[in-house]
Design a protein around this ligand. Structure first.
Ligand code: GLO
Ligand code: MG
Length: 345
């Protein structure tokens, strides 16, 4: 479904069982086949993959086997009218990577991470997406003394260099997050992510993905994080969602916690013509106690809210807005935005 020029994606992990660290799953598992059907039924355009969402049990398979299975998946996507937006290596499930993958102190873990990343790149190539996303889940520490944080940045740049050389046409976007699962993660913000790209052999193929909740967890405004990426022409994807303050990563439906903050994200994306640059990705989870038969509403609602806010952004009276700014009448500016948000177009 394309509206206002936007295309939409989400990941198979966004339809999930609702388990958390203090309780069992509350919804049954949905097979990948059923999820693929949901993409079509809900009218989404693209799929975001972890490498093992695309090819299960990746660690036990040879590179040839992986490419063979990825070809079969590509045909299924074609038949379903879907494309792969990106592939991301899931580097945080193997026991060897508990203390990090690319930045682990253990050379065996680092070697595993590089080998696994090559598999991810092979899958991305075969699915014909020229795009890989890195979320650095376990790259960080619980105790500052446990790793050398300066060396960690070099190790990340070396890993990126290796990937950029292995797949000469691939673009790689970093998805920063300041914490969880680590106490403090390396590359916590978009500024760090942009800078890391410039430390590599091919900065032009390094970009960023902003996730709204991750920006909030860093104490930053998601719209300004997006704006920073846009200013460097490096905002290649987004993970829209919402987050109620500084706690665990909630992945709430877009706009469900703070509508004005959501509007500001839409405003910066739309004013900068993001629809010509990337796909709008939703990294949202149904709230834990949602019943299985209504556990896809977070996806539809997030997309609808986004589109309603695009309409609000485009119908905002920019002349009046500019008058408020020129007059330094910020109370009136507040009122203008709030009133506009409370009026359905
Ligand atoms: C977790 C992240 C994670 C990534 C995914 C793709 O907090 O948001 O879900 O988005 O691994 O990079
Ligand atoms: Mg995300």
């Amino acid at each position: 479904m394309e509206k206002y020029g936007y295309k939409f994606s989400f990941g198979p992990w966004n339809i999930h069982e609702g388990a958390d660290p203090f309780g069992p799953p509350v919804r049954p598992s949905i097979s990948f086949d059923q999820k693929l059907e949901a993409y079509q039924r809900l009218g989404f355009d693209a799929v975001q993959f972890h490498d093992d969402d695309a090819i299960p049990d990746l660690d036990d398979k040879s590179p040839d086997q992986i490419v063979k299975e990825a070809r079969a998946l590509k045909q299924r996507l074609d038949a379903a009218g879907l494309v792969a937006e990106f592939v991301a290596p899931r580097l945080w499930e193997h026991p060897i990577t508990v203390d990090g993958a690319y930045t682990s102190n253990d050379p065996k873990a680092r070697a595993y991470a590089i080998e696994r990343s090559h598999k991810t790149l092979d899958i991305a190539n075969t699915l014909e997406t020229g795009f890989v996303v890195l979320w650095f889940a376990r790259e960080g520490t619980y105790q500052r003394e446990a790793k050398d944080a300066a060396r960690a940045v070099d190790l990340l740049a070396e890993a990126l260099d290796d990937m950029l050389a292995y797949a000469p046409n691939m673009r790689i976007a970093i998805e920063p997050k300041p914490n969880e699962p680590m106490d403090i993660s390396y590359i916590p913000t978009i500024g760090h992510a942009v800078a890391l790209g410039y430390k590599t052999r091919a900065p032009e193929r390094c970009g960023v993905l902003v996730e709204s909740a991750h920006a909030v967890l860093a104490g930053l405004d998601p719209a300004d994080e997006m704006a920073f990426g846009l200013a460097y022409d490096k905002l290649w994807s987004v993970h829209l969602n919402d987050q109620n303050g500084l706690k665990f990563d909630q992945d709430r439906a877009f706009g469900s916690v703070n509508l004005r903050r959501a509007f500001d994200q839409v405003l910066v994306l739309d004013d900068n013509r993001f629809y010509e640059k990337g796909i709008v990705g939703l990294d949202v989870k149904a709230v834990r106690t949602q019943k299985p038969e209504v556990a896809e509403k977070h996806l539809i609602n997030s997309r609808d809210i986004f589109l309603w806010l695009v309409e609000r952004a485009r119908s905002l009276d920019r002349k009046v807005m500019q008058q408020c700014i020129d007059a330094r009448d910020y109370e009136e500016l507040d009122r203008l935005i709030l009133e506009h948000l409370m009026t359905r177009g």
